[in-house]
Design a protein around this ligand. Structure first.
Ligand code: FES
Length: 164
């Protein structure tokens, strides 16, 4: 389970300052903010824009273009199911529907109890073990309904996946 810092303007400004010297700094800053807070809230946009001398619209455009960036805090557990070709050809779509049902959350959403966020991801480099997923930062291959059941049990019992 990832542990993130609570959103703070001061901390965000520090993260931005640490990355603003990089070439094409918008993306590294957005990634760093998401790694720090788990998401990139709208108040980050003017901070980045001011720091990089860009318009808010430019920063907002980048933030909303890439679906890897979350604009809301994630759940305690983050399950990213691969939605790319190799995994799709190995039953990824049906598995995603099963995961939505079993984990009680729609794709791209966080469950109402804040326990799980379910997101698509596009290739984890684990195509040979398709279908694949990234569960709380841990790569999982050869996913099937049993793996999803195991995940749901772990989360319901306050455990991390793999600790069962
Ligand atoms: S397509 Fe799913 S891991 Fe590559």
């Amino acid at each position: 389970m990832a542990v993130y810092e609570d959103w703070s303007t001061e901390r965000a400004a520090q993260v931005i300052a640490d990355h603003r010297h990089l070439e094409g700094a918008t993306m590294p800053i957005l990634h760093a903010l998401q790694e720090t807070f788990g998401f990139v809230p709208d108040p980050a946009v003017p901070l980045i824009a001011e720091s990089l001398n860009l318009s808010r619209a430019e920063v907002y455009g980048v933030l909303t273009f890439y679906h890897d960036f979350r604009r809301e805090p994630p759940g305690h557990h983050v399950v990213k199911l691969c939605a790319a070709e190799a995994c799709q050809s190995m039953g990824g779509k049906a598995l995603a529907a099963y995961a939505e049902d079993k984990l009680g959350v729609g794709m791209g959403e966080t469950s109402p109890d804040g326990k799980v966020t379910l997101e698509p991801i596009y290739c984890l480099g684990l195509c040979a073990c398709a279908p694949s997923a990234l569960v709380d930062g841990q790569l999982v291959g050869r996913l099937d309904a049993g793996t999803i059941d195991e995940m749901a049990d772990c989360f319901a019992n306050g455990k991390s996946f793999g600790d069962a």
